[in-house]
Design a binder for this molecule. Sequence first.
Ligand SMILES: Cc1cc2nc3c(=O)[nH]c(=O)nc-3n(C[C@H](O)[C@H](O)[C@H](O)COP(=O)(O)OP(=O)(O)OC[C@H]3O[C@@H](n4cnc5c(N)ncnc54)[C@H](O)[C@@H]3O)c2cc1C
Length: 426
Amino acid sequence: MHVIVIGAGLAGLTTAYYLQRDGAQVTVIDRAAGPGLETSFANGALLHPSLVEPWNSPGVFWQVLRWIGREDAPMLLRAKAIPGLLTWGPRFLRNSTPERFALNTQKNLRLAIYSLQLMQQIREQTPIRYEHQARGLIAVFRSEAMQRQMLHAAEALARHGLAFRPLDQAGLLSLEPALAPIAGQLVGGIHYPTDEGGDAHLFCRELTRVLEQGGARLRFGLSADSIHAQGRRISHIQCAGESLQADAYVLAAGSYSPLLARSAGLSLPIRPGKGYSITMPRGRAAQAAPRIGIIDADLHAVVVPVGEDRVRVAGTAELAGYDLSIRPQRIENLKRLLERMFPRFAEKMTSGDFLPWTGLRPMCADGVPILGATRLDNLFLNTGHGHLGWTLAAASGRLVADSVVRRAPSAAVAVDPADYSLQRFA
Ligand SMILES: Cc1cc2nc3c(=O)[nH]c(=O)nc-3n(C[C@H](O)[C@H](O)[C@H](O)COP(=O)(O)OP(=O)(O)OC[C@H]3O[C@@H](n4cnc5c(N)ncnc54)[C@H](O)[C@@H]3O)c2cc1C
């Protein structure tokens, strides 16, 4: 069986990996010059079952309205994006009822737990190394209201398998001494010991190497222009100057998936959610830098170590269409967040130390990815992971490969593929 995967980000490459293990002949195409150069490039570097809640939490409508026009808003809606959100927006809001939000959170958690199990297998069964760290994640709180809210959320997830431990100030400092300069501002924290860290781009590069060694064909610099359906099947993909054919096709083009799906007559409820990160060397102020990922729940940002020699700040979302320009105000926000969280580290940085980046999270209207079969017999989807694409990568790849080769999902796992099917929007 020959399968063409469109997209060499986390979603496409993990699918290709499992397809190859299942004996398929795989071709991966990507318009970029190499693997993982779009949203999988400089993300928050965390695999976080602790943060699987969709962004459409109850009350999100009023929050987004309040934040309009505020450059420091955690989620900023830009006027030019509104026409593109006319069908997606109401769906996003319909999924913000407490019941749907809780159900969608649980779907993501099950997939996240499965994913971390599979990541461990990948580390054991392949030479892939990606600056993995297993020290967990700490959430810190500046207000008692936020502490109560996050403890409540953690308790709800703990009933479905999430591990967590509340921390007082002393507990916070013993886990992460670099928090000492701001300890007086913190009312407490939570440690999520099973969260992990790792460099997504490095993982994509390593996975590409493994795929190529196993005989897969990786074609970079090749853009898919359209996907052609004939009756209930895809007949071919049209790329610049050539048409490609296979027995099955996997669409894993991140935020661009809905644009390609449309050419095959499918509508995907996915829109881009722009995010930013800055990455800097830890060298000059290593003692003052975090050793463990920290999320400041009140400031809506994460500061994470990436491997032994870098620190990254990531956060905030903008609904701004497909605009990939880097806005200086958003980068200044991230620098200010770093100053507020790790002031002694931040003061040692010079402007040349910061590597700014932006990427488009493929945000599905219900906050859960879309995986598996479509009404076209040989077209499969692995997309819509929003802020969770690294956390859910391995499990998503496994489930989609299962669906392509028509293999029953592993009996040991409590995930139901129907929870992630496009059919849920029918
Ligand atoms: C600031 C930020 C922080 C984040 N932090 C985290 C985190 O800490 N943990 C986490 O779990 N997730 C995080 N995410 C989300 C995660 O990075 C994404 O969900 C994930 O990278 C999406 O992977 P993907 O493979 O679907 O998309 P992409 O990585 O964008 O890959 C899609 C690929 O398709 C290719 N492509 C698109 N169109 C075409 C075409 N027409 N023809 C050929 N190729 C095409 C692109 O070149 C690209 O390589 C973060 C995202 C952002 C923006």
